[in-house]
Structure formats: C-alpha cells, structure tokens
Design a protein around this ligand. Structure first.
Ligand code: SF4
Length: 167
C-alpha cells in the first residue's frame, strides 16, 4: 500500500470491494475453480486503473481480482454499529479454508483482520466479491447486516483461533 492511498475514515480498508469504488486497490488474484475459488494476495496492493481492469476481459473484474477500498462504514449495507457484519458472518458461518495465515499486503490496514484476526484471514481466500452461484453458507454470510442472527455475543473481540493477533 503506498503512502498516498487514502484510507477510510478510521484508516481501514474493506478487503472485498467493487471495481468502481473510489480509491480502490487490487489486493489479490482469484484462482482455483468457479466452485472452489482461491485468492492469492499481492505483496503490495495496486491502485485500480482502467488498464488493470481491462486485463480481466471478457469476464467481470471481480471474477479475476479481489479488490479493496477505503471502508465507508455506515454507508455500506454490511456495516453495523462500529464493525463489519460481513466478516463476522463469514467467521460464524464458513469453515476455515487455510491453516496458514495467507501472505497479504493489505493486512496492516484491513478491517477484517483488525476485527476478526486470524479467523478472517483463514476464510478470506475463498471470498469472491461477486459469485454467480454461491454456496448456501456463503450466500447466508453475505446477507446485509441485521439479516443474519449471530449466535455469538456481540463485539466479543477476536475469535480465539490460534495464530498472530491484530495490533
Ligand atoms: S482478511 Fe486477512 S487475508 Fe483477507 S485481505 Fe484482510 S488481512 Fe488479507
């Protein structure tokens, strides 16, 4: 992340943004298969440009790239109170896809990492921003804030999965 990239109000980035948002960055490349996607993260996020998005043609950029952008907090349907309900729902409803913490250039400024720590990073590689045929679990996790009942107590901090902790 270069020093001139504007961050969200609290300095954090959403790691699953659309390509047309302001100040977006490419954070990873989607590999695997349509049924089992796997994101490989860039060591350094790259600013989204028309030329970069054009590399995805003929498919939609979100099928090829994972993009991040400054978190817009309450302007996002997934934001609830002071936190991201999407990552909370992903951690609650999706099994980890990776045992190791993925190498990721966004981490120091990632909202998901800051809120859910290693539990978020272990699920993040299977998140594709727009999925035509999501699994039932993924579709449920991606519902807007307030539409999924979380059995865990609210704002209980990082899920206790072994691994490094966010700052
Ligand atoms: S959740 Fe983890 S792996 Fe995903 S973008 Fe954030 S820091 Fe990177």
């Amino acid at each position: 992340m270069n020093g001139t990239t504007p961050a969200g109000e609290d300095g954090l980035f959403c790691p699953s943004a659309q390509p047309d948002v302001t100040n977006g960055v490419v954070i990873g490349v989607v590999g695997g298969s349509p049924g089992e996607p796997r994101v490989t993260y860039l060591d350094e996020p790259l600013p989204v440009t028309p030329d970069l998005l054009a590399l995805a043609a003929p498919v939609h950029p979100t099928e090829v790239f994972r993009m991040g952008a400054p978190c817009v907090r309450s302007a996002c349907q997934h934001f609830e109170g002071t936190r991201c309900a999407l990552v909370r729902q992903l951690v609650a409803g999706i099994e980890p896809a990776a045992q190791e913490l993925p190498r990721c250039g966004l981490r120091s400024r990632c909202r998901w990492w800051r809120e859910e720590g290693v539990a978020a990073c272990r699920r993040c590689p299977i998140v594709v921003t727009e999925v035509p045929n999501p699994t039932e679990e993924m579709a449920r996790a991606a519902r807007p804030a307030g539409q999924v009942r979380d059995p865990r107590p609210p704002h209980r901090g990082t899920r206790p999965e072994a691994g490094p902790r966010p700052p």
